[in-house]
Write a protein that binds this ligand. Structure first.
Ligand SMILES: CSCCC(=O)C(=O)COP(=O)(O)O
Ligand SMILES: [Mg+2]
Length: 240
């Protein structure tokens, strides 16, 4: 069985998380407040770990304040967190904090049931599935490992985060296509973010927008759907 999209055979489906597989409110109202609450104590309690020292060094580099002390770095991280900045050291730290939350049973991931159903279906018919999120790769794996329907990580063959580049830059998508050794035209990217769809499309990816809240979308450039079932119904064609 093969799947085509606008007459092109698809090999890879690359998905965003927040607003696409997962409710925005889970990320903004559960995950972000959890990391905000524990951020300062986590850094102070784990100062001796090499990963913490790496994060602090990256904070100094990204902020271009080379002499920030530990408390200065914590303040910078808290500011970035409150502005929802997708900056690598913050995203790495959030992943470490969420790991404790999942391990203690204080966090359980959200994933839309339609995303589960169609990710499984696409995996089972041989499509390669991958994730591209601003959340760190560790945070992505935690989320898909801790869903209410169990561990979904076996479905995915690749994970990409801000270490590959910004999701709003087309070069990031070119790098991902190269990683899979497929043509951009053989990849379908799913996201709720118009800027991400524009960047992926500029790299010649096929794109589909997710509009989970079914709001009026002022964009006739891309196809928008409300859920994964509509991706299957509206844009993919199965060939026996
Ligand atoms: C990996 S779950 C947390 C998602 C996150 O931290 C984030 O910033 C959302 O980014 P996305 O690219 O998935 O919209
Ligand atoms: Mg998103």
């Amino acid at each position: 069985m093969t799947i085509t999209y606008q007459d092109k055979q698809l090999k890879v489906i690359l998905t965003d998380i927040e607003g696409t597989t997962t409710d925005i409110s889970f990320v903004r109202d559960v995950l972000f407040p959890y990391s905000a609450k524990h951020l300062a104590a986590w850094v102070r309690n784990n100062l001796e770990l090499p990963v913490t020292q790496d994060i602090l060094q990256q904070v100094r580099e990204f902020s271009e304040k080379s002499n920030l002390d530990v408390e200065g770095c914590i303040s910078q991280l808290i500011n970035w967190q409150s502005e929802d900045k997708k900056i690598t050291p913050l995203k790495s730290l959030q992943g470490l904090i969420w790991q404790e939350g999942y391990d203690k049973g204080e966090l359980k991931a959200h994933i839309y049931p339609d995303a589960v159903e169609y990710l499984k279906k696409w995996h089972d018919i041989g499509l390669t599935l991958a994730v591209y999120s601003s959340g760190s790769i560790a945070a992505q794996k935690l989320l898909f490992r801790n869903t209410p329907v169990g561990d979904l990580t076996p479905l995915f063959s690749g994970y990409f985060d801000t270490n590959t580049g910004s999701k709003k830059e087309s070069q990031s998508y070119t790098a991902i296509a190269n990683e899979f050794s497929v043509l951009p035209q053989e990849i379908l990217f799913l996201s709720d973010s118009p800027q991400e769809l524009i960047a992926a499309s500029a790299a010649n990816f096929n794109v589909c927008g997710l509009n989970r809240e079914a709001v009026n979308v002022d964009n006739d450039k891309f196809t928008y759907v409300n859920n994964f079932s509509q991706i299957q119904e509206k844009i993919l064609i199965e060939n026996a």
